[in-house]
Every structure is written in C-alpha cells, then in structure tokens.
Write a protein that binds this ligand. Structure first.
Ligand code: 1YM
Length: 677
C-alpha cells in the first residue's frame, strides 16, 4: 500500500469548535473528557451486510462512493472541530482508498462493557441504535449521513485503521466488519497524532465491476477543501488508474482560504455575470454550530444552480438552508426595488425569478442536522432557514447599497425575468384554455376518431337508449354521438343564466367547440355536419324543434353555414317476403302499401316506437349511413330569417300545441325519396 509520507505530522492548533459528529458512538464535548464508558452498546453489523441499501442507499456506484464520503466526513469533523489541519486521500490501483487526518485519533481506550476490546473496535464493529446518547455528549446525525464508520467496515473486505494517539501508534485490521486481531501497539510516535483508514469495498456487496472513479473521488475530496477554508486536502492517485482519465492529477494539494468564493469563481469561469463581483461571506460561530458561508452570483447568460451543504455534506435536493437563501435574496431585492423607486415593478418578482439565473454555493453548520428524502439529500432542520436568513440579511443589503450601479443592473435583470415569466404564464394560460376547450368534451359524447372537422358528423340523439343504438350503428371514424336525456330546456323562454346552467346544452356547446353568438368561431366547429336525430313522433318533433331553436338563437351562423341537419328516421317497417321498405309517417305508409306491395303474400307492417327500438343495423341503413340515409338541411335564408325567428320564438314560447305543426310543416321531411333497402 502506498502511504503518504507526512501522515500524522503537524499537530493541529487547539480549538473548541465542533459542528458535527457522525460518530457511531456518543462522545463528550470539550468540557467533558472522553471516556470509553460513553460508548453505547450497539448491535452487530450483520444487518448492514444483509441490507446495505438501508444504510448507504443501495449498492450502486453512488453508494460505493458514499463509503468514501463517510470516512472523509469523519476526518472533516475533526478538521472543522479544529483538531486537524489536513486530510489526505489516496486512491490505489488495487481499488482501496486511504483517508488520513492529523486529528486526535479515534479513541483506543478499553471499553468497560467489552473487556479486552478497544473503543476503536467497538466503534468499528457496532452499529449505533440512535437517540440513546446522553445530552452531555455529541450525538450522531443519524440516517444515511453519519451512519458511522462501522458501516464502511461492514461493507469492506479489507479495512485497516492506524491511530497515532498518546505518542503511540496503534493498528487494527478488519474484514467484513469483524476484527481479525485485537488492537495492537505498533510503536512510539513523537509529536504526531491522527487517524488513517484504508479500506477496500467488498466485491461480495458491490460486485467485481464497481470501482472508485478517480474523477468522482477527486471532486468529492476537493469540495471538502472549498467547504472548509481551514483544511488542506492532499490528493494522490496511482497513475495506473488515471490512464484515459482527463484533468485529474496524480498528486495535488487543495487549499482554499476563500472557501466557497473560490469554489464558485471556478464553477462559473467563462460565464457572463450581471454584475462583476461575487456576493460572498462567512459568519463563523464559536463551536461551529450556526456558522454559514455563502457565495452568490447572477449569470447573464442562462440559468444558474445552487450547490448547498450542511456540515460539509452535499444536499443536492436543497432544503431549509436553501429556502432561507431564497427568502433573504428575494426580500433584499424587493426592499432595494422599493428604496430605489422601482416600486411596483419590483413587487412582481418571486423567489423563482431571483433564483433562476443565480449561481450559488451555500454551506451551513448545525448541530444534529436532520436529512430527509429517500437518499437523505435534503436538509430538514428548520433552524437552518433562520440561521441563513439572519446571517445574510445585512451583508446582502450592504452589498447592494455599496454597488448601486450593479444593484440596479441586477434588479433590472430579475424584473426582466419576472416579466418574461408573466408573459409566458399568460401565453400558457391562453394555450391551456384552448386545449381545455378542445379536450374538455362531455363524458357522454362518443366522439369520432377523425380529429378533422371536414367529413365529421355529430348526431344529437334523444335519450340514452337511442344513444346506445346510435353508438353501435355509427361509423366510429367519422360519426360522433351525443345522447341528450329527456327534454331539453325550452330555449325560447329561458333566460341567459338558465341556458348556461343547462347541462344538456352545456354538453352540446362543449361537443361543438365553436362558441355561441359573438364568440362563434366557424374554425373551431368540430364537425362538418350537426345532425339532430329524434324519434319520428310528436315528442321527437318537439325535441327537434327545441334544438333547432337553440341553434337559431345561440349559433345562427352554424345554420347559415349549412351545418345543421335533421335525420329522417322511419316510423314503419313494411315487409312482404324478401321486400322491406320503410315509411316515415302514416301517409307515406299508405302510399307505399298501395304502390309497392301489390303482390301476393302476407304484408307485415311494424311500427317503431322509437329509435332505441331499432336494431343498430337498421338504424344505420335507414337513418345514419351516408350511403342510404336522407338528411334534411335546416336552412334559414337571410330574407326569411327575421320571420322565422319571430315564428320560432312565438311558437317556442307558450303554445305547445302549435309546436308540433310548426315542426312537422316547416322543418319536416322535404326529401320524398324512398328508402329501398
Ligand atoms: C480517516 C478518518 O475518523 N478521524 C477521527 C475520528 C474520530 C475522532 C478523531 C475523535 C472524535 C472525538 C474524540 C469526538 C472519531 N471519534 C469517534 C468517537 N478519520 C477519522 N478523528 N476523539 C476522537 O468526537 O469527541 C468516532 S470517529 F466515537 F470516538 F467519538
């Protein structure tokens, strides 16, 4: 194994900051000395091997890299707490990873509950149960993050720990979560301390093909240096792993005293900014808890993105800290708009307008962070929002005030975004309304598959049973059927509101799609022919007349356009031997009997009680099929329009007995053609 030379060198400066503990056991604060007795007695590691997904989110590449995150986070804790100044990461050709720090070293004292076992061994081989830690000591963050180094141990076929502590170098080796030998003292070390963990992911868990990706480990390691300016991250990787990998050096050192500001500057290199300087800052709290660091820039050339972290752990799904950032930036810009006299224009901006073009890095440190989501990628600690808001409020106001020209440019940029959003929203609304009008068809409508109005027909049918026959009899491609139940509203005497409330008429209007009166649009009419098909009796005629009146009053242009027809269903079926003829009324029947059925043989005359009674095939042949049917075009000649309107209105008003005459005489069957089938 290749080892960094300066491992355990340079004792760190004493500091009393501790932002996070992801340890598998509870440990004391600075005020309380660590004793092995603080370690809780926990479960074995078998559950981890049986269900690794429960602990690291799966057994894929992301999960594999999570092992590295777990180990490097423990070292980071030590650095953030002020006990370590550097972290070394070495990726070896054999697939193992080594992470070292120059912190205090994992405790090695014997645990009272496990005579003969070191604290280290307990830490490495037991899974914390969570929530049982006494308030004096640090608690684990729980969940996917901070599952503890024991999980890494459980899922590694090789894991070696070296600890320099108490001027002594200790070592212990494990495999698949089990100690291969007790902790051994290797020798004396002077002026050195720290922890080194070398581990190799178990192929039994991750398979033979999954390996650490140098570029990914490199980026993860580098991000730690950006996220905590007080740490130096030393990277090295065996050359054999870098063949064909671009841009990853064999060896390098990361140190970013300007932390996130440096990070963001690199991330947005080459992009055009709305303003030249990055809004960045850091609020450091004693003990780490409540500390915030941020770097924000607005891009003029497209969308940005926010990278957020809690206790140096990435939170790609955002969470409370990002909400705080969004809120404080929005409020700051709105207030600035008010102050700078932009007033109303500024009030339209939303968090989205502010954030879309915003490239930001945000890092918070809180005690006991709570992560949510399947992969625990979202911060849920509510306090984080408040911490971010109060940390950034004044600095953001000052930043805006200090660069009035830039602030104005930024405000204009954000307002442009808002106005663009409102414009898009309006366009979308119009498009949606059109789509809804097209799509929101009444449930009872059996539409035709043809989406083009040309060649399409709508049959308005009285009653559900006739509707059922018509649906079976139709040509699905070109013929739609809308059954109307019972008698429709008397449109002549109904007011506007009643018309609008009438479900039958609303359904009809929706099916047609063309609008009424002034809103009528011929181009939106969904059918070329609208055919009223009612029973050939008084009631049928009445309903037909009501419908004609409806069209006359609400869609006269539809009639003028030559789209409205009456179907001509027969009333009688006359059969003699193989000969069958249909008659539309009594007179027609008598005429047929006299002229057409002169031969010998029994003549059978059947009367249809209604359309619903007809077999679908009969209905098709007699009334619906364009090849054999007769249609009556409903016309309103311009010259007759006024008179007809008057007549329709008068008749549709309060004289029921007059209706039948009107409909039979005026809108009756003009085509005398015989249907011979
Ligand atoms: C390469 C990985 O794990 N370093 C590390 C871990 C610990 C400590 C120091 C440590 C922490 C504390 C006290 C404390 C851990 N300690 C524990 C436990 N590097 C790496 N460096 N003494 C030492 O948090 O108070 C778990 S990890 F459980 F002892 F707290």
């Amino acid at each position: 194994m290749s080892q960094p030379d300066d491992l355990f060198a340079a004792p760190p400066p004493a500091s009393k900051t501790k932002a996070r503990s992801k340890a598998a056991v509870s440990v004391p604060t600075m005020a309380t000395e660590y004793t092995a007795a603080h370690i809780e007695v926990l479960e074995g590691l078998e559950p981890v091997r049986r269900r690794p997904g429960m602990y690291i989110g799966g057994t894929d590449s992301k999960a594999l890299h999570h092992l590295f995150a777990e180990v490097v986070d423990n070292a980071m804790d030590e650095a953030v707490a002020g006990h370590a100044t550097f972290i070394e990461v070495h990726l070896a050709a054999d697939g193992s990873l080594t992470v070292s720090d120059n912190g205090r070293g994992i405790p090695v004292e014997e645990h009272p509950k496990f005579p003969g076992k070191s604290a280290l061994e307990v830490i490495m081989t037991t899974l914390h149960a969570g929530g049982k830690f006494d308030s004096q000591v640090y608690e684990t963050s729980g969940g996917l993050h901070g599952v503890g180094i024991s999980v890494v141990n459980a899922l590694s076929d090789v894991l070696e720990v070296e600890i320099a502590r108490n001027q002594t170098l200790y070592r212990q080796c494990f495999s698949r979560g089990i100690a291969l030998a007790p902790l051994e003292e290797v020798g004396r070390v002077n002026n050195r301390r720290g922890t080194r963990v070398r581990f190799h992911p178990d192929p039994e868990i991750f398979g033979d093909d999954l390996h650490f990706e140098p570029a990914r480990v490199f980026r993860m390691a580098r991000s730690k240096a950006y996220l905590f300016g007080g740490v130096e991250v030393r990277w090295s990787c065996d050359a054999a792993l870098l063949k064909g990998v671009e841009g990853i050096p064999e060896k390098t050192v990361f140190r970013f005293p300007n932390g996130l500001k440096d990070y963001l500057a690199i991330e947005i290199e080459g992009r055009t900014l709305v303003h030249p300087d990055i809004f960045a800052g850091r609020i450091q709290k004693t003990g780490g808890h409540g500390s915030v660091e941020w770097a924000v820039a607005w891009l003029a050339d497209g969308d940005g993105s926010v990278s957020s972290y809690c206790n140096t752990i990435p939170t790609p799904d955002g969470g409370t800290h990002e909400n705080g950032l969004r809120a404080v930036l929005l409020k700051g810009l709105r207030d600035h708009a008010e102050r700078s006299g932009v007033g109303k224009r500024g009030s339209v901006i939303t968090g989205d307008d502010v954030m879309t073009g915003c490239a930001a890095m945000l890092s918070v440190f809180v005690r006991e962070p709570e992560f949510q989501g399947q992969t625990k990628d979202r911060l849920a600690t509510t306090e984080a929002a408040r911490i971010v808001e109060s940390a950034l409020r004044d600095p953001f106001d000052h930043w805006l005030a200090a660069n009035p020209a830039h602030a104005t440019r930024l405000l204009d940029h954000v307002i442009d975004r808002a106005e663009e959003r409102l414009r898009r929203k309006q366009e979308k609304e119009v498009a949606r309304k059109t789509a809804v009008r097209k799509l929101r068809l009444p449930g009872k409508l059996a539409d035709c598959s043809n989406t083009d109005a040309a060649g399409s027909e709508l049959f308005i049918v009285e009653g559900d049973s006739a509707g059922g026959s018509a649906k079976q009899a139709r040509d699905r491609k070109t013929q739609a059927v809308l059954p109307l139940r019972g008698k429709i509203l008397n449109v002549a005497s109904a007011g506007r509101d009643k018309l609008a409330q009438n479900q039958q008429l609303t359904d009809l209007g929706q099916a047609l799609g063309c609008g009424t009166l002034g809103q009528y649009r011929e181009a939106d009419l969904r059918y070329e022919k609208v055919i009223i098909m009612t029973d050939a009796d008084v009631d049928g005629a009445h309903i037909a007349s009501l419908l004609v009146t409806f069209f006359f009053r609400q869609m006269p242009k539809l009639i003028e356009g030559g789209h409205l027809f009456l179907a001509v269903p027969p009333l009688y079926r006359i059969t003699q031997g193989a000969k069958t003829l249909y008659a539309r009324d009594d007179a027609h029947k008598d005429q047929l009997l006299k002229k057409e059925f002169t031969g010998k043989g029994k003549i059978d005359v059947g009367r249809f009680k209604g359309l619903g009674e007809m077999m679908p095939a009969q209905l098709k042949e007699t009334t619906m099929s364009p090849l054999t049917r007769t249609l009556q075009l409903v016309t309103i000649a311009d010259a007759e329009a006024a008179a007809t309107a008057d007549l329709v209105e008068r008749l549709m008003g309060n004289k029921p007995e007059a209706r039948f005459h009107f409909i039979t005489e005026h809108a009756a069957f003009a085509d005398e053609e015989l249907l011979d089938i």
